[in-house]
Design a protein around this ligand. Structure first.
Ligand SMILES: O=C[C@H](O)COP(=O)(O)O
Length: 243
């Protein structure tokens, strides 16, 4: 469904947008394509990208406009006309050390400003090896459930940390199991309707060649794509997600 994290230059962003604009993919009635450039590149991408593709911010602050030097608020993102923000990416959680609670507060604030949120969760390698995948996902989901009751503008992105940027993609079976457990958690803790309606997308070394099998899994509703989103094969990933 989405794509992201591109520390590009003005020139490379322009070339990437031109490439995206040339894609022959189904429209938004079939698949949402959301691109997430750096804050610096957002205005240029919004101006040049074909309008059926949406633009997301990669992060937003936990509060509204105020004295928070260096932070970008959900208010500002909404003011720019954007509809989407990514929150809780593993790089925010594990490199910047943003806690489950801070992440949940950021999501709640972004929702209060009308944004839709791609809410990332997922376990580290040692947690998977200790059979804690669902425990970690449930903990990160519960932190959000403690802060919000309306999940209609949430897309859950399951991104096992060990699969991000490593070339080690989760197998369709591994991903499906995690997604099914996330959906079961939503059914139990939030409600059946939310569980059915919430899109759960997979991220972590998605490529054109593995996207078809992953998309075939019952509970995989799209992708959060990093590296491969910068290559022409992204067109095929979008087509695979449009199942
Ligand atoms: O947000 C995207 C993920 O971090 C996945 O990145 P990747 O596709 O390069 O593994």
């Amino acid at each position: 469904m989405a794509r992201k994290f591109f520390n590009g230059t003005v020139k490379s962003v322009k070339a990437l947008v031109e490439s995206l604009n040339s894609f022959k993919v189904p429209g938004p009635e079939v698949v949402d394509v959301v691109v997430a450039p750096t804050f610096l590149h957002i205005p240029a991408v919004v101006d040049a990208l074909r309008p059926e593709f949406k633009v997301a911010a990669q992060n937003s602050w936990v509060k509204g406009n105020g004295a928070y030097t260096g932070e970008i608020t959900a208010d500002q993102i909404a003011d720019l006309g954007l509809e989407w923000v990514i929150l809780g990416h593993s790089e925010r959680r594990h490199i910047v050390k943003e806690s489950d609670e801070l992440t949940a507060d950021k999501v709640a604030y972004a929702l209060s400003k009308g944004l839709s949120v791609i809410f990332c969760i997922g376990e580290k390698l040692e947690e998977r090896e200790a059979n804690q995948t669902q425990e970690v996902n449930a903990r990160q989901l519960q932190a959000l459930a403690d802060k919000i009751s309306d999940w209609s503008k949430i897309v859950v992105a399951y991104e096992p940390v060990w699969a991000i940027g490593t070339g080690k993609v989760a197998s369709p079976e591994q991903a499906q199991q995690a997604h099914a457990e996330i959906r079961a958690w939503l059914a139990e803790k939030v409600g059946k309707d939310a569980a059915e309606a919430t899109r759960i997308i997979y991220g972590g070394s998605v490529t054109a060649s593995n996207s078809k099998d992953l998309a075939g899994a019952a509970d995989i509703d799209g992708f959060l794509v990093g590296g491969a989103s910068l290559k022409p094969e992204f067109e095929d990933i979008i087509k695979a997600a449009a199942k």
